[in-house]
Design a binder for this molecule. Sequence first.
Ligand code: SF4
Ligand code: FES
Length: 360
Amino acid sequence: MTVQPPLGMLVELTHRCPLQCGYCSNPLDLMKADRELATSQWQTAFVEAADLGVRQVHLSGGEPTLRRDLEALVSCLSDHGVYTNLITAAVTLTRDRIATLREAGLEHIQVSFQGARRETTELVGRYRGAHEKKRAVAAWAREAGLPLTINAPIHRLNIGEVPNFVALALELDAERLEIANVQYYGWAYLNRAHLLPDYDSVMRQVDYVERVREDLVGRLNIDFVTPDYYADYPKPCMGGWAADAFVLTPDGMMLPCHAAQTIAGLDFDRVTERPLREIWEISDSFNRFRDTEWMPEPCRSCARKDVDFGGCRCQAFAITGDAAATDPSCIHSPLHGALRQMPEPGEIRHRAITRAVEKI
Ligand code: SF4
Ligand code: FES
């Protein structure tokens, strides 16, 4: 098997975050600050990644702006020719910090909105004043000349606001709007009975997005991450396992996708303990689901196997207990019909570092 170099990486600099969204895709076992890599360790990893071929980085978390060394990290990446995108909840950013990040080489900013209305943003993120703060940050980013993406994670609590998200993105002079139906990993999987929208709302959303997307060509790019649980076929998760991108966790663990550590039986390496190139090219965990040789039936003889790569390994594991199984969002999976059977909702669990392991 020839292994191509990766083009992109998603770096979760920290799990700390001022918001407590119940749809978060971070693991339940959230790390405290003392487990995060030091500045020099991140810089070493970034140089190794650039040497391997990475050309684009998404700096994420948690909330990446809580790292006081963010400017130094952006500058290191930029010096090595890596395009930097900051994914932020924005409530901790100031006008000055945006300017210093821009000077350090930041090239794009993605601001998440938990709702298109103030009440929804505050309700979902559990942070008073968040909506106004995000709007201000979006304006400062544009003022600093940064291209802006508005990220709208969609679930039952805000699916009715999709047209308002479009209006908001236009008003804030965004270049792109990402309407991302929540992927059910981590906290989102735990809260799925609260978050999964009903079928009719999903269909209305799909019709609306398809229509408005065409109307706005040339004014606003709309990326649509479709809802897996109502699809006939899965998405090619991460473009295929270890195909062209990887994830680094706050403590330097290197993963083929953001939920990979939820798969029991796979061991992942840390970039502080093994060269990043070696992990990408020859580690067992990265090779386990690469390409299509590993696939059992029905994927093995399916015409779509090079289109969706059998879907998402993490979702397959979460629902079937077998990471090699066909993703249940596929119509050919024996579990497809059971996918939307939800557990009793109980109480929604808001993301919190100290509550993560002890309560669940
Ligand atoms: Fe994709 Fe496998 Fe379903 Fe075929 S059977 S569509 S390869 S998930
Ligand atoms: Fe891990 Fe989809 S999130 S393969």
